[in-house]
Design a protein around this ligand. Structure first.
Ligand code: ATP
Length: 238
């Protein structure tokens, strides 16, 4: 099977500072691939390059097409959707309106928007209950749900998730990642960037460890969970 997303020898920099240095990874359709690593390792930068928000050098292909030739909007049209670390909700707008905004690229298709909204409310009953509330009245976990729900409104095929666990209590992290797994089971492919290595590896099919812009280690997520090197550095113990 050829990879849905193929990254090879990718370099991404900010001026003279190279934040991603020769990264290679692949994501097969219908899988969750996680990139774990400490603060500043280059995880957000990698997602920015995949989405087309940052210029990059190297191989970046989606279903065989060279992404360097496609802008952000083309990638959105092909089904890319980024859920940024800061979640970037519109606090003064209602939950429902934030969701509708997520369907901006599909706004002319009223039937799609309606069924996508029903789908999000089925998946996140909490958002349905709070649909008329302002987004800034939500808890941290609910905001993350809203950020993911808003991404789902675009009907994504590839979801790029930047640290969905950030700032959330362990039980909420588990809820969120359980939902991420159900999205994979519904056919969405997912690139999950996380500092929370254990939660990410428990959710993902395959994992890459990113250290100072380079892949230090990769393997099946279940193998990485039992790898002494990963345990010692990222899972809090030997
Ligand atoms: P975090 O978990 O903190 O988001 P990360 O693994 O996502 O970490 P990046 O945010 O990709 O890491 O940062 C990688 C490196 O690039 C860091 O050294 C960071 O200081 C640098 N960097 C990130 N954004 C910029 C920027 N806009 N300008 C200059 N340097 C940047």
């Amino acid at each position: 099977m050829s990879a849905m997303l193929e990254v090879a020898d990718l370099h991404v920099g900010y001026g003279k500072v190279e934040a991603v240095r020769g990264v290679s990874l692949t994501l097969d359709k219908g899988r969750i691939v996680t990139v774990i690593g400490p603060n500043g390792a280059g995880k957000t930068t990698l997602l920015g390059a995949a989405m087309g928000l940052l210029p990059s050098r190297g191989v970046l292909r989606f279903e065989g097409a060279d992404l360097h030739e496609l802008g952000v909007e083309d990638r959105v049209e092909r089904g890319f959707c980024l859920v940024p670390e800061r979640r970037e909700l519109f606090g003064e707008m209602t939950v429902g309106d934030n969701l509708i905004l997520g369907a901006y690229s599909r706004r002319k298709d009223g039937a799609f928007v309606k069924s996508a909204l029903d789908g999000v409310f089925d998946r996140f009953p909490r958002l349905a209950e709070r649909r008329r509330q302002r987004a800034d009245t939500l808890s941290g976990g609910e905001r993350q749900m809203l950020a993911i729900g808003r991404a789902l409104m675009a009907g994504p095929r590839l979801l790029l998730l930047d640290e969905p666990s950030l700032g959330l209590a362990p039980l909420i992290v588990r809820d969120i990642l359980r939902i991420v797994a159900t999205l994979r089971d519904a056919g969405v492919s997912i690139l999950l960037v996380e500092q929370n290595a254990r939660a990410a590896l428990e959710t993902a099919d395959y994992g890459y460890v990113l250290e100072t812009g380079e892949i230090a280690l990769h393997g099946a997520a279940s193998d990485l969970l039992n790898d002494p090197r990963v345990m010692a550095t990222y899972l809090g113990g030997a």
